[in-house]
Design a protein around this ligand. Structure first.
Ligand code: CP
Length: 333
């Protein structure tokens, strides 16, 4: 098998600031090319490559996004379910990574635990490993979210976001990504006991201090920022998790997204990583209303996944013809 430099994307920390910007803009380029139906704008840079798609946890969007992204870029896929690999019978993660890397070019995985397992698969340099969600971070969701913001506003820099809900892996990735965007503000309103971890908050704030962004968290809905550009939530029952407190819904109830939040931010768009539970974290009026771009956000996961796969193959988009500047799609989603 021929060798090509690969890059792993297990955490947003694996991207430099330039990488982050380029992957986001590249995702927006793929989206704009698709909008414009310029079929010649994207050739098949991953032709001849094979990606393993290994999801231990349920997924509708991310799994489909990476599968279709790989196919659209000319590659093929091999899919594994939670019980399929011999890790279930005791084979080590390192051996699994070594073996798969002899046959696969990329491995896109969603796991149940921390990213340590993925780091063990990544102790080889033939097969790129992509974190499609682990317990602590959902890096490719944040990349798709920034692509969505770029498509809608033409930029991420200087945007002000209000995030309401659990400080889960989606919120963590959003904080880690936005805190690297100059002038961006992320205002989190997380239920008491369900905030960002201290480690994520510390990393985000350190990055924000460097970039000129801000990450601010409170555990009540008493004081809200006005005039924000976007309001974001995630479902209360984060995939793969359970809440030990049987009364957790009472704690979360004040954090439901309703029309009332638009009183002080009338121009804000609504974002949701989906899946949604109407009547829990968000009312149907908001999710299905004119301010919602949540379903465009879901579609953008595919364009962003295309950019991630190309990046993992060491910027294989250099082989792509043309391309439409991200700013060309500003104002559309
Ligand atoms: N937002 C997200 O990760 O969706 P899936 O769980 O369906 O992949």
């Amino acid at each position: 098998m021929k060798h090509h430099p690969v890059r792993h994307l297990i955490s947003l920390d694996d991207l430099t600031d330039d990488d982050l910007r380029e992957v986001v803009e590249r995702g927006a380029q793929h989206a704009a090319a698709s909008d414009a139906a310029t079929s010649g704008a994207v050739d098949r840079p991953l032709e001849g490559l094979v990606a393993g798609i290994y999801f231990v946890k349920t997924s509708t969007r991310t799994r489909t996004a990476f599968s279709t992204a790989m196919l659209r870029l000319g590659g093929t896929i091999v899919s594994y379910g939670p019980g399929d690999l011999q890790t279930n019978t005791g084979e080590t993660n390192e051996d699994t990574g070594r073996v798969l890397s002899r046959m696969l070019d990329l491995l896109v995985a969603r796991t149940a635990g921390d990213p340590g397992e993925m780091r063990q698969w990544a102790t080889q340099n033939r097969m790129a490993v992509v974190n499609a969600m682990s317990a602590d971070e959902h890096p490719t969701q944040a990349l798709a979210d920034l692509t969505t913001l770029t498509r809608h506003f033409g930029r991420v820099e200087g945007l002000r976001l209000l995030y309401v809900g659990e400080g889960n892996n989606t919120a963590a990735a959003l904080a880690l990504a936005l805190s690297r965007c100059p002038g961006a503000e992320l205002h989190l309103r997380t239920p008491p006991g369900y905030g960002l971890s201290a480690a994520i908050l510390e990393r985000s704030r350190r990055q924000a201090a460097r970039s000129g962004a801000a990450v601010l968290e409170r555990h009540d809905m008493d004081v809200l920022p006005g005039g924000v550009d976007a309001i974001y939530t995630t479902r209360w029952q984060t995939t793969g998790t359970v809440k030990p407190d049987p009364r957790w819904r009472e704690t979360f109830a004040p954090f439901q997204i309703t029309d009332a939040l638009w009183e002080h931010s009338p121009r804000a768009v609504f974002l949701h990583d989906l899946p949604a539970h109407r009547g829990e974290e968000v009312t149907a009026d908001v999710l299905d209303g004119p301010m919602s771009i949540a379903f465009d956000q879901a579609e953008n996961k595919m364009y962003s996944a295309m950019a991630v796969l190309e990046w993992c193959r060491a910027g294989q988009w250099q082989h792509v013809d043309g391309g439409i500047p991200a700013t060309a799609s500003a104002g559309r989603t």
